[in-house]
Design a protein around this ligand. Structure first.
Ligand code: NAP
Length: 259
C-alpha cells in the first residue's frame, strides 16, 4: 500500500532508539524527510546515518533534551512547517509514589504531557493552514490499564490524553488528525529497564523477569519497534484521514477488557 507520504516532512521526537526510531525509519521508508531528536548526539548521529543509508531521504538530527524550550526551538527551526509530528520522550522512572516529590511530578508532566502540548501548539495552526497534518503522540498502555510502579507515567500521560481528546475534534475538518498510540510491551531499552526494577522487587534477574512476562503475554512475545513504526506510519498516511482523537492500543492482545 502506498501511504501517500512521499515528499512530506516529519518531526519525530526521541528517536535515536526504540519506538521513536521505529517511527522515524518507517516514515523515511515512505519517502518522508525526518528531523529526529535525542539527548545523546553520538547515538542520534548514528541513527540518522542508518536511516539515510536505508532510505535515501533527508535526515536531520537535532540533539538535545526535548523537554527544554531551547531544544524545541532548535527542532522547529530545522523543520518550521512539518506535515507530521510524532511526540515522544523518555518515560518517567518506575517507583513507589510515596517516594516521589513535587519535582519528580513536574519532570514527568514536562516530559509526557507539556512538551507534547507545546509542540502541538507550535505546529498545528501551520498544518491547518496547509490543510494536511498528522500528529501522533506516543503514550502508553498504562493510560488504559495503569501499571502500579509507573504512577508518574499513568498520571502525566492521562493529562495529555485528556487534552488531545478535546483539541483533536477541532482540527479534523481541516485535514489535521491528532491521535495517541499506546504501546504495550515492546522490546526496547526502556522495557529492559522496567524488568530490572521489577526483577529486583521479585528477587529475580531482569532476564528471568522478561522471560516470564513474555511467556504469560497473549502473543507469547513482545512487540518490535518495526511493528510500532509501521503502525505509526499508517496513522500518518493519507488513508487515515478519518481517524482523529483516538487512543490506539498496540499491545498484542494484552489488555484484558472487551471494550
Ligand atoms: P527507549 O528505547 O529507551 O528509547 C528512548 C528514546 O528517547 C531514546 O532515543 C532516547 O535518547 C530518547 N529520549 C529520552 N528522553 C529524551 C528527552 N528528554 N529528549 C529527547 N530524547 C529523549 O524507550 P522506548 O521503549 O522507545 O519508549 C519510548 C516511550 O514509550 C517512552 O515514553 C516509554 O515510557 C513509552 N512506552 C514504552 C513501552 C515499551 O514497552 N517499550 C511501553 C509503554 C510506553 P537519549 O537517551 O539520547 O535522549
Amino acid at each position: 500500500m502506498d501511504l501517500g507520504l512521499k515528499g512530506r516532512k516529519a518531526i519525530v521526537c526521541a528517536a535515536s532508539k526504540g519506538l521513536g526510531k521505529g517511527c522515524a525509519m518507517a516514515l523515511a521508508q515512505e519517502g518522508v524527510d525526518v528531523v529526529i531528536t535525542a539527548r545523546h548526539a553520538d547515538v542520534l548521529e548514528a541513527t540518522a546515518d542508518e536511516i539515510r543509508k536505508a532510505t535515501g531521504v533527508k535526515v536531520t538530527p537535532v540533539a538535545g533534551d526535548i523537554t527544554t524550550p531551547e531544544n524545541r526551538a532548535a527542532v522547529l527551526a530545522a523543520c518550521p512547517a512539518p506535515d507530521i509530528l510524532v511526540n515522544n520522550a523518555g518515560g518517567p522512572p518506575p517507583g513507589n509514589f510515596r517516594d516521589w516529590t513535587r519535582e519528580d511530578w513536574i519532570k514527568a508532566l514536562d516530559a509526557n504531557m507539556l512538551t507534547a502540548i507545546e509542540l502541538i501548539k507550535a505546529t498545528v495552526d501551520g498544518m491547518i493552514g496547509r490543510k494536511f497534518g498528522r500528529i501522533v503522540n506516543i503514550t502508553s498502555s498504562s493510560v488504559k490499564a495503569p501499571i502500579d510502579i509507573l504512577g508518574l507515567s499513568n498520571g502525566a500521560r492521562s493529562g495529555l490524553t485528556g487534552f488531545v481528546a478535546g483539541v483533536a475534534r477541532t482540527t479534523a475538518r481541516h485535514g489535521v488528525t491528532i491521535n495517541n498510540l499506546l504501546p504495550g510491551p515492546f522490546d526496547t531499552d526502556r522495557l529492559r529497564g522496567t524488568f530490572a526494577v521489577r526483577g529486583k522487587a521479585n528477587n529475580r534477574s531482569a532476564d528471568e523477569e522478561k522471560k516470564l512476562a513474555a511467556a504469560s503475554h497473549p502473543a507469547g512475545r513482545f512487540g518490535t519497534p518495526e511493528e510500532f513504526g509501521a503502525f505509526c506510519a499508517f496513522m500518518c498516511s493519507v488513508h487515515a484521514g478519518y481517524l482523529s482523537g483516538q487512543n490506539i492500543l498496540l499491545d498484542g492482545g494484552q489488555y484484558p477488557g472487551t471494550y
